[in-house]
Design a protein around this ligand. Structure first.
Ligand code: ZN
Length: 272
């Protein structure tokens, strides 16, 4: 599953190929994605110049002249930039034909991805976006905001930081790793965290995501593959999927348990 760092990496990889380019056509070969692609979308998008590419949560936003395209990679989606005449692969469901002679192809075997178009002003109101919390790497997410969020809910800290109303894009891997670096047990009641714990955790979230983006960003060229080289394969993991192995800091055995239907990993000595 593409996590936030992979989406960010895809965003940065795609941007130089599409920014400033006119869309000659949007071809929809399979409209039955997670949500059906609006049949009006290709006509709406055609002829518009891509002004910017950015990420919001795990959505890739292509800002056009009269609104935005909003793409979600789903469970198995990836984007490739190819010469327009090159052979289309099975599961290449969407193609954005660019004036440059290149084509941006969206491949998605499991079809959990989606493509929407938004008019100016619709972004803040869109049902998929309007309830999202702050970006983890943005300035609206910080220790004080997290401390405030932990006062309200009687849940464990790990599901709380994975809750997109609190902060977006913190998946299982990054939540587990951030909690290790903040020295907090995943099962701790959120409300039991002190202010300084929340500051440490917010910093750790930013650091693990930031490092994963840097790691992923080094691998991109013309071929942009969101799930080919995830950032977390290129950085040292401290607890995630390391059950039974020694802690890299103290040597204690890393433990695994199931929490909110997800596997979670922690060091019983380092994390309290
Ligand atoms: Zn340890």
């Amino acid at each position: 599953v593409p996590e936030l760092p992979e989406v960010e990496t895809t965003c940065r990889g795609v941007a130089p190929h599409v920014c400033g380019r006119r869309l000659l056509a949007v071809q929809v070969h399979e409209r039955r994605l997670r949500w059906p692609v609006d049949p009006a979308l290709p006509d709406w998008a055609r002829g518009q110049v891509v002004q910017a590419v950015r990420r919001r949560a795990k959505y890739l936003m292509l800002d056009l002249e009269r609104g935005s395209l909003m793409l979600h990679l789903g469970m198995s989606g990836s984007l490739r930039v190819m010469p327009a005449g090159s052979t289309r692969l099975t599961h290449d469901h969407l193609e954005l034909l660019l004036e440059s002679g290149q084509v941006l192809r969206f491949n998605d075997p499991r079809r959990f991805g989606s493509l929407h178009h938004l008019l100016p002003g619709e972004e803040a109101l869109h049902p998929l976006l309007r309830d999202l919390g702050p970006e983890p790497l943005g300035e609206d997410f910080h220790g004080e905001a997290l401390f405030a969020a932990t006062r309200r809910r009687r849940v464990a800290i790990k599901p709380l930081i994975m809750n997109s109303h609190v902060v977006v894009g913190v998946g299982n891997i990054y939540a587990s790793e951030a909690l290790f670096h903040a020295r907090l047990r995943p099962g701790r009641a959120a409300v039991s965290l002190r202010r300084e714990d929340c500051h440490r955790l917010a910093t750790a979230v930013k650091q693990v995501l930031g490092r994963a983006i840097e790691a992923g960003g080094t691998t991109l060229r013309d071929y942009v593959n969101a799930d080919g080289t995830p950032g977390y394969f290129r950085q040292k993991l401290f607890v995630y999927e390391r059950a039974g192995e020694p802690c890299r800091d103290c040597g204690a055995t890393i433990k695994q348990r199931v929490q909110a239907q997800r596997s979670t990993y922690y060091c019983p000595a380092c994390q309290r």
